[in-house]
Design a protein around this ligand. Structure first.
Ligand SMILES: Nc1ncnc2c1ncn2[C@@H]1O[C@H](COP(=O)(O)OP(=O)(O)OP(=O)(O)O)[C@@H](O)[C@H]1O
Length: 323
């Protein structure tokens, strides 16, 4: 069974088309990253999944139920971390979790949930005094109540420090391991890259691509730029290189030859230059990074901040040196 299915969904607010003809399926047990720059339509889509707003056109089913017809029973099967979650200032963190347990008629141990989200020590303080990151942890804790079949997390890493972002990812992975489906939105590529099985990129209300991180990486790896330091070369020397299948361009500037090509033809380029009598002193390869690929899908709008990835590694592939 699909956990989420949107068919030809469009949402208009007056003249604004927030979501356009969206077809999207998330299978049960998947961790799906919903990526897009500000204003792409992510929150609108999430709000439609939760039946907070209704689509102008199209149909939506969640956990096999048409959302428009579903009621409290469906909501009890879903854990939600909403965008811009606001705490009840005077209530403690523990009270918030207890409230979520009561309203879902669940039997979780509040202390265990508070511990999972790293709020044990602050549990008995009024949440009004919590930092932004602590509020986000509390919201995540409330979403976890009742072992939901589906977790819908709207920008869950907002306000989290790198450690908090890593813990959030570990929780997402643990939830998926017990069988939950996780759908989370982000404009932070690193968050999505580290944890998701599949990613959909939304831009101006439309799904511009959908693939596994591996698939996206392969797409980005398939194009490369070769930068060669040579003894001497003329533009005419490069004609044979330009004629090679998979080469999209070649240029020479002094002792530097730059060739844009598919990654698979790099060796052909080098041997063709050799056959033309060009002495190669040094070779560097730059692959198209995942970051550049994302930017190409969103007209350069920022989905690629590296905030809070917490991996201690770059969030995106960096140009590789050497061959
Ligand atoms: N209630 C509303 N009334 C009018 N326009 C709206 C409403 N909700 C959303 N929009 C518009 O729909 C578009 C998509 O907004 P949405 O909040 O879904 O984007 P988003 O991808 O979640 O962005 P962000 O990353 O900034 O949260 C925007 O142009 C927004 O102004």
């Amino acid at each position: 069974m699909s956990a989420i299915q949107l068919s030809s969904v469009t949402k208009r607010f007056g003249d604004i088309e927030a979501v356009r003809d969206l077809d999207l399926t998330v299978e049960s047990g998947e961790i799906y990253g919903f990526l897009g720059p500000n204003g792409a339509g992510k929150s609108t889509t999430i709000n439609m999944l939760l039946d907070f707003v209704r689509p102008t056109e199209g149909t939506i089913t969640v956990l096999g139920e048409p959302v428009e017809a579903a009621g409290a029973e469906l909501r009890e099967r879903i854990g939600v971390l909403p965008e811009g979650f606001d705490v009840y200032s005077r209530l403690t963190g523990r009270k918030h979790i207890e409230f979520a347990i009561d309203s879902k008629e669940a039997d979780d141990d509040p202390a265990e949930i508070l511990d999972r989200v790293g709020l044990s020590e602050a549990a008995d303080r009024p949440a009004g005094g919590y930092s932004k990151g602590m509020r986000q942890r509390l919201a995540l804790g409330m979403a976890l109540v009742g072992e939901p079949e589906l977790l819908i997390l709207d920008e869950p890493s907002t306000g989290l420090d790198p450690g908090g972002a890593r813990e959030m990812r570990e929780i997402v992975e643990a939830e998926a391991a017990r069988g939950a489906t996780v759908f989370f939105s982000s404009h932070v590529l690193g968050q999505v890259e580290a944890v998701c099985d599949r990613v959909g990129i939304l831009h101006e209300g439309e799904l511009v691509t959908e693939d596994s991180i591996e698939g996206l990486r392969e797409a980005s790896d398939s194009e490369a730029t070769l930068i060669l330091t040579v003894d001497d070369a003329t533009d005419d020397d490069l004609d044979a290189v330009r004629r090679l299948d998979g080469v999209s361009g070649a240029a020479v500037d002094g002792s530097m030859v730059t060739v844009s090509c598919e990654a698979g033809v790099k060796t052909d380029v080098i041997s063709t230059l050799g056959e033309a009598g060009i002495e190669i002193q040094d070779i560097e390869t730059e692959s198209t990074s995942l970051e550049e690929l994302f930017l190409s899908y969103t007209d350069g709008e920022g989905v690629v901040e590296k905030e809070g990835t917490g991996t201690g590694e770059p969030a995106v592939a960096t140009p590789e040196g050497g061959q």
